[in-house]
Design a protein around this ligand. Structure first.
Ligand code: HEM
Length: 375
């Protein structure tokens, strides 16, 4: 029932110990929205977010003074408390340069950080436009799904006439731990996920790999970049694969999560170790290719969720991983994802949605989110 404060040096929902539930939403800004309208929207969203994360209803709540008007708050989270709700807001590149990349719809083009390049297309991408992009995003995480859904629903309602939902995703069962105080959860392939993640306790690593620094314009310092990838997992194929093959794909054991080179979950993998010539960890295993050693030392803060969107006409689960990572520079994600081109895991997954947003630092008391961008 605890509340996570909205305000601070960084936005909540990044190093906050990952909650169990997700509702992620991408918004399109309505054409004709002015710079002042956009600022007003961010102001309204900040005020609403402060109420919602505090466990309070938005506006005047569920009982308007005039009962002939619809209530300000939709009501379904009444009595549920804050549920550790965090709302993390991101700004898409189109907000700075327009849909064609040539414009300046809100007079902020000159504030675009040099690092904020669009994601390139990757080998094996099967992205659907209807699951990708959006000029604004909101990541709502909470321990109760109703609280997360209520938050997105009310933010969407507040945005009417200025921005509308483009796509959204529900997630459950966090697939990463972001604090040493948490147990490592499992993804839908049954493997522990988050073992080698950047953790909240690793102050130096957060500065180096997660928070944007001096390289960016002032408005983004202390912020981060959010990458989302909707990754479908072909569960039925996986479930017919031998345990030996499953462990080879990841380079870790299934039950304990230890590296195949030996040791317990948190022991470092030894990629060179071999009994009789062949390394014990396959050179094309997921863990080896994603490891900093293969990627110029780069680390990502992963904060994804499992999803199941029902099933298809063949009786297969529409299941997967809604991958979310936070990094200081989008190039870090690009580097790792490129290196995963030969990942053994690729036989069992498809990337079907994608987005990249700049995540401004936390709003100080009395300020609205991303205020410095407009000053
Ligand atoms: C590690 C699963 C996609 C980056 C791992 C581990 C698992 C896993 C089980 C080992 C435990 C751990 O350290 O967390 C998956 C699944 C994916 C997926 C099921 C897709 C459905 C991705 C993507 C990226 C990524 C798209 C980034 C582009 C990483 C990194 C590590 C990792 C950086 C840590 C490697 C290390 O330092 O040892 N993943 N992953 N993963 N994954 Fe993934």
């Amino acid at each position: 029932r605890a509340a996570v404060p909205l305000r601070g040096a960084h936005q909540a929902g990044i190093v906050t110990p990952a909650q169990d539930r997700l509702h992620f939403a991408a918004f399109s800004v309505v054409s004709g929205t002015s710079r002042d309208d956009l600022i007003a929207l961010l102001r309204d969203w900040t005020a609403a977010a402060e109420s919602l994360t505090g466990g309070r209803p938005v506006g005047t709540g569920v009982e308007p003074e005039n009962p002939l008007l619809p209530p300000d708050d939709t009501g379904e989270a009444e009595g549920l408390g804050p549920g550790r709700l965090t709302l993390t807001f991101g700004l898409g590149r189109e907000l700075f340069v327009g849909a064609d990349g040539e414009g300046d719809p809100y007079g902020i083009r000159d504030r675009l950080p040099a690092q904020f390049e669009p994601l390139p297309s990757f080998a094996l991408d099967l992205l659907e436009e209807s699951l990708s992009g959006g000029e604004l995003c909101v990541q709502a995480c909470a321990d109760d799904p109703q609280i997360a859904v209520h938050a997105i629903r009310n933010l969407a309602r507040i945005a009417v006439g200025r921005a509308h939902l483009k796509w959204s995703q529900l997630g459950f069962g966090r697939t990463a731990s972001t604090s040493r105080a948490q147990d490592t959860p499992r993804n839908l392939f049954g493997f522990k996920d988050g073992t080698a993640n950047v953790m909240a306790e690793e102050r130096d690593a957060l500065e180096e790999f997660v928070w944007v620094g001096e390289e960016a314009p002032e408005w983004l310092r202390g912020g981060s970049y959010l990458v989302a990838r909707k990754i479908l997992m072909t569960i039925e194929n996986w479930d017919r694969t031998s345990l030996a093959e499953q462990e080879r794909v990841f380079g870790r054991t299934k039950l304990e999560g230890g590296p195949l080179s030996g040791g317990a979950e948190f022991d470092a993998p030894d990629f060179a170790a071999a009994k009789s010539g062949a390394p014990l960890i396959d050179p094309e295993s997921h863990v080896r290719l994603a490891h900093p050693e293969q990627n110029g030392g780069v680390r990502l803060l992963r904060r994804g969720y499992n999803y199941v969107d029902g099933s298809n006409e063949l009786g297969q689960l529409g299941a997967g991983l809604f991958f979310i990572s936070f990094q200081r520079d989008p190039a870090a994600f690009v580097r790792v994802q490129r290196s995963l081109r030969h990942d053994l895991l690729n036989e069992y997954i498809r990337h079907i949605g994608s987005g990249l947003w700049a995540v401004p630092p936390g709003a100080a008391k009395g300020e609205f989110l991303a205020q410095a961008l407009f000053e």
